[in-house]
Ligand binder design. Structure first.
Ligand code: GDP
Ligand code: IMO
Ligand code: MG
Length: 428
């Protein structure tokens, strides 16, 4: 029966793509449940590196069926570009299934994302500019376009008209832009729908049947816990629920079908875009981490903000996701440091806080309370047994595990598929 959820435990880019690929060959389905092409998941196989945005990372596995769930926002143009790019490299995408209930990112959502950010000025979120927020806003406002709407011209025209009515007023009167034409937009969406049709399915039914037949489904999260619209650092978040509960609402599978929740964490922390980040490093240490870890965004190419490991974040992630396992990635990046500071708690206006402050005004002024662990200098990328790691490296991992309150089952020691130390199986 097993339903396995895999999510980001920090602010994204933890290595979910690599972790999904690792499990991908052992599962029957890999389903994305949230976000859209704001995600950038890297999978490295031998000399080939794949940057995936909208497709589940399981697409690289020749045996798993990739699924885009109803909770995802789908930009069809981006989807086709990604499919064409992968097929030209010999990756078969014909098994892909797209939920008929998923919402569409239309061209006007991209426009609105950019103008809204500009309009926000110093209050901007630093979005990826892919139209994610405006598409989810339409979903919640009940003026969204769903995949199945693309197959009925009259119905679609009506929906586009309803959606653009207010937006055009805003574009013209507030943002000083040209209005968007309803007929042109409808025709464009109908054209995209034609190509999308063969992939479209009732994916909730497919996944539930699969689980009932004893097949294994991996639910792959985009973004991460601290970017969750409910549980993250609001308003500096994405517009979906990347936490484990999102796997159920975003695919139409009940929580009783989930037996495992895997959180992916870096051995340090990165963040892209605006918003508070207590352990952020601004000087040489931050530049060193960025260079060692190649910390540049897969989607926007922006340099990622870097900081030391934050155990408060990990404990919080373990709590709100109900984590059963942690995949700790990029441990190799810390090789060469004499001392490794790690944040065990916060100081908020002179008061020690071991738990995540929910008031963002408090989180914004939270100062890390550090503990320091001795580092190691040996190359660990070829090590496959935990006991062969340098003693100080083992101690660092054990301390992270203790502070996070969840077992570490896999350790990443490099970007390649075989750069791992497997402590516990993730699928049994
Ligand atoms: P995702 O968004 O969570 O899938 O992560 P990204 O793909 O955006 O960023 C993670 C980056 O780290 C990618 O370039 C991966 O190839 C790389 N990576 C993943 N695991 C490891 C690891 O254990 N060590 C190193 N050095 N790189 C890793
Ligand atoms: P993966 O799946 C890191 C961030 C953006 C911005 C905020 C809102 O690769 O971990 P959005 O475009 O979603 O409205 O932007 O969320 N963000 C990510 N940061 N990794 C991601 O995805 C992200 N997806 C969105 O930088 O701060
Ligand atoms: Mg990423």
């Amino acid at each position: 029966m097993p339903g396995i959820v895999l999510i980001g435990a920090q602010w994204g880019d933890e290595g979910k793509g690599k972790a999904t690929d690792l499990i991908g060959t052992k599962v029957d389905y890999v389903a994305r449940f949230n976000g859209g092409n704001n995600a950038g998941h890297t999978v490295v196989v031998g000399d080939e590196s794949y940057a995936l945005h909208l497709l589940p990372s399981g697409i690289i596995s020749p045996t798993a069926t990739p699924v885009i769930g109803n909770g995802v926002v789908v930009d069809p143009e981006v989807l086709f570009e990604e499919i064409d790019g992968l097929e030209s490299r010999g990756v078969d995408c014909s098994r892909l299934l797209v939920s008929e209930g998923a919402h569409i990112i239309a061209p006007y959502h991209r426009v609105l994302d950019k103008v809204t950010e500009r309009f926000l000025g110093k209050h901007k979120i630093g979005t990826t500019g892919r139209g994610i927020g405006p598409a989810y806003a339409d979903k919640i406002n009940r003026v969204g376009i769903r995949v199945h709407d693309l197959f009925n011209a009259e119905h679609l025209h009506d929906k586009v008209e309803a959606s653009l009515h207010q937006k055009n007023q805003m574009l013209v009167k507030l943002y000083n832009r040209r209005p968007i034409d309803v007929n042109e937009t409808t025709d464009e969406l109908l054209r995209l729908g034609e190509r999308l049709k063969p992939y479209v399915a009732n994916t909730s039914l497919v996944l539930n049947k699969a689980l009932d037949e004893g097949k294994t489904v991996l639910f792959e999260g985009g973004q991460a816990t601290m970017l969750d619209v409910d549980h993250g650092t609001y308003p500096f978040v994405t517009s979906s629920n990347p936490t484990a509960g999102g796997a159920c609402t975003g695919t139409g599978v009940g929580p009783t079908k989930i037996s495992r929740v895997i959180g992916v964490s870096k051995a340090y922390v990165t963040r892209v875009g605006e918003g508070p980040f207590p352990t952020e490093l601004f000087g040489e240490d931050g530049d060193w981490l960025r260079a060692q870890g190649h910390e540049y965004g897969v989607t926007t190419g922006r340099p990622r903000r870097c900081g030391w490991f934050d155990a408060v974040v990990n404990r919080y992630a373990a709590q709100v996701n109900g984590l059963t396992d942690i995949v700790l990635t990029k441990l190799d990046v810390l090789t060469g440091l004499k001392e490794i500071p790690l944040c065990v708690a916060y100081d908020v206006n002179g008061e020690r806080r071991d738990d995540m402050p929910t008031d963002q005004a408090e989180f914004a002024v939270a100062k890390p309370i550090y503990e320091s662990m001795p580092g190691w200098s040996e190359d660990i990328s070829q090590i496959h047994d935990f006991n062969d790691l340098p003693k100080t490296c083992q101690d660092y991992v054990k301390r992270l595990e203790e502070l996070s309150g969840c077992r570490i089952s896999v350790i990443g020691t490099g970007p390649q598929r075989d750069h791992i130390i497997q402590i516990n199986s993730l699928v049994d």
